[in-house]
Design a protein. Structure first.
Length: 221
């Protein structure tokens, strides 16, 4: 049986960690708010990068605070992605279509399809059983690059191979968050996938949102 002093010690340690996390989050978001106000006036790219960096730094503390408050991690990840997308849109940078990569998970393909599209999306037969064919049409319409990855390692390889200047990533909340945090120098616009049959199985995406993101990154094709 633990002594009262040991219980008190553990309580104080936990309280200090909680207090430190809250103070750190407040300070980080105070700085973010200040930089944002300056950014709105000057539209400075360096300030935008600083804001994205601060949000990346704040995320681990938000996870800790979310666990303490009993918030679902998925909700925190959604908020993180939304804030990231907001800042990416504010940059208003334009890229050539071939400089833009659409990165999506393999679960968007019909699970019984016999044609492998992870190595080459043009293997798609456009049967209409999943949305890969529609995404190929967007690729052809705008001239952007598309890659399908089966995991984080292949996703990073696709980025290294194609060397894009901007990315539109389609994935679940967890994978989007880790991907955005992993890619520091390239703006990533995250689109949360639709999971009518549960995670990682015959997922879908809002094609209109994908097309709008392409247009926002380019000059509309």
């Amino acid at each position: 049986m633990r002594s009262k002093s040991s219980v008190l010690y553990n309580f104080l340690i936990g309280f200090v960690i909680l207090l430190f996390s809250i103070i750190t989050i407040i300070l980080i978001f105070t700085v973010i708010g200040f930089l944002y106000l300056v950014y709105r006036r000057k539209n400075n790219k360096a300030l935008n990068k600083a804001l994205l960096l601060l949000i990346d730094m704040a995320y681990p503390f938000l996870e800790i605070l979310g666990d303490i408050l009993g918030l679902k991690k998925e909700k925190i990840q959604q908020s993180f992605t939304n804030v990231n997308n907001f800042l990416v849109r504010l940059r208003k940078n334009k890229y050539l279509p071939e400089e833009l990569l659409i990165l999506m998970p393999h679960c968007i393909q019909f699970n019984e399809c016999k044609f492998k599209v992870t190595n080459d999306i043009d293997n798609c037969r456009r049967c209409g059983k999943c949305q890969v064919g529609e995404l190929v049409k967007l690729k052809e319409k705008y001239g952007v690059k598309i890659a399908i990855a089966t995991g984080g390692t292949l996703a990073r390889k696709a980025v290294m191979d194609t060397k894009p200047k901007a990315i539109i990533a389609i994935a679940c909340e967890r994978d989007l968050t880790s991907g955005i945090l992993d890619v520091k120098k390239i703006p990533v616009y995250g689109i949360i996938n639709i999971r009518p049959y549960g995670p990682c199985f015959n997922t879908k995406v809002d094609l209109d949102e994908v097309e709008k993101a392409i247009i926002n990154f380019t000059n509309g094709g």
